[in-house]
Write a protein that binds this ligand. Structure first.
Ligand code: SF4
Length: 291
C-alpha cells in the first residue's frame, strides 16, 4: 500500500483499512488547520492505483476487513463516478465489508447535490465525517471554512436523505471569548436542523503554522479557559433537539461525555456540572498542537 502526505483518520476509524484515494485538501484554507499547509497539493490518485492498493490489502487482510476509510482532507471532492467506482470495487473485493467512510466538507457535498449523494450511497459509501466546526456564519467566515450555515444544513440533509451516516464535528471554543454565545446558539440551531447520526466534540487547540495561532499569540483571538469551554458545551447541549449520538472522543477535550440525545441530556449536563466544580488547574494545560 502506498501513502503520500500526512494520513489522518478519526478515532472511530482506528480499526479500519486505510486506502488513500486523494492526497491533501482542495480547500486548505481553514485558519485553525495545519494539516496540509505548506505541504502537498491536493490531487486525486489514479483509480487504477487505488484499486491496486486494495488488491494488495485483500492479500494481507482479506475477510477481516469490515470497515474501510479513504483518508485525506476531502475525499468527497473526488468526481462522483470515480468515488462510486472505488466503492463498488471495494465491496466486490472484501466479502465482509460493512462500512466505507470518507471525510467531506459541506461545500463539496452540496456541489454533488441530493442525486450525487444517492449515487454514492448506492455504490456503498456509508458514512461521511464533516467538519461543521460552528453554525455561526461570522465564525465560519473568520475561520475561512469556505461554507456557511445554510449550505451546511443543505449538505447535511443531502447526506442524511441518501441514507449515509453523518458524523458532524463541532469545535468548542472556536469563536473565542468574543463569540462563545453565538457559537453555542447557532451551532445548536444548525445541528437541530440536521439531526445527524453523530455529533463529535473537539476543543480548539491552536496548531503550529496556522493563522489562528498567530491571532492567539498577538491577542487578537482570546481563547476560552476550561470552565468557559464547559459552559459553552452545556449551552449547546441544553439547546439541542436532536436524535444524535454525542461524543467527545478526542484528546483535546477537558472532559469525556457521550450518550444518545435526547435521553442522555441530563446525565451529560451533570457530568459537566461536576467538571465545573473542579478548579481550572486540574484540567490539561494550554498547549500548541503539533499534529
Ligand atoms: S479543516 Fe478540513 S477542509 Fe479545512 S483545510 Fe483542514 S482538511 Fe481542509
Amino acid at each position: 500500500m502506498r501513502y503520500e502526505g500526512p494520513i489522518y483518520r478519526p478515532p472511530s476509524e482506528a480499526d479500519s483499512l486505510l486506502i488513500q484515494a486523494t492526497v491533501g485538501c482542495p480547500h486548505n484554507r481553514c485558519t485553525f488547520c495545519m494539516v496540509y499547509k505548506n505541504g502537498i497539493k491536493y490531487k486525486v490518485r489514479p483509480v487504477e492505483d487505488i484499486k491496486e492498493d486494495m488488491r494488495e490489502a485483500v492479500g494481507e487482510y482479506g475477510e477481516y476487513v469490515r470497515t474501510l476509510f479513504f483518508p485525506a482532507g476531502n475525499t468527497i471532492a473526488m468526481k462522483t463516478d470515480k468515488l462510486c467506482e472505488i466503492c463498488h470495487y471495494a465491496k466486490d473485493l472484501f466479502p465482509n465489508l460493512e462500512r466505507i467512510t470518507v471525510y467531506g466538507s459541506s461545500q463539496y457535498i452540496a456541489g454533488k447535490g441530493s442525486d450525487g449523494m444517492k449515487k454514492l450511497a448506492e455504490a456503498g459509501l456509508s458514512r461521511i465525517h464533516v467538519g461543521l466546526e460552528s453554525g455561526d456564519d461570522e465564525i465560519l467566515r473568520l475561520i475561512k471554512k469556505g461554507t456557511d450555515s445554510k449550505q451546511q444544513i443543505e449538505a447535511g440533509k443531502y447526506v442524511m436523505g441518501a441514507g449515509i451516516e453523518l458524523s458532524l464535528y463541532v469545535i468548542l471554543g472556536i469563536g473565542g471569548k468574543e463569540r462563545t454565545r453565538q457559537h453555542a446558539a447557532e451551532t445548536a440551531g444548525v445541528l437541530n436542523r440536521i439531526s445527524p447520526d453523530f455529533i463529535r466534540l473537539r476543543t480548539f487547540v491552536p496548531k503550529i503554522n496556522t493563522p489562528l495561532l498567530k491571532d492567539v499569540m498577538d491577542g487578537t483571538f482570546v481563547m476560552l479557559g476550561p470552565h468557559e469551554v464547559l459552559r459553552e458545551t452545556a449551552d449547546i447541549i441544553k439547546r439541542l433537539e436532536v436524535n444524535s449520538y454525542l461524543t467527545s472522543d478526542h484528546y483535546t477535550n477537558y472532559i469525556n461525555i457521550e450518550g444518545k440525545l435526547p435521553a442522555a441530556r441530563e446525565r451529560l449536563l451533570q457530568i459537566i456540572e461536576a467538571g465545573l466544580r473542579k478548579s481550572e488547574n486540574q484540567f490539561r494545560p494550554f498547549f500548541v498542537g503539533k499534529q
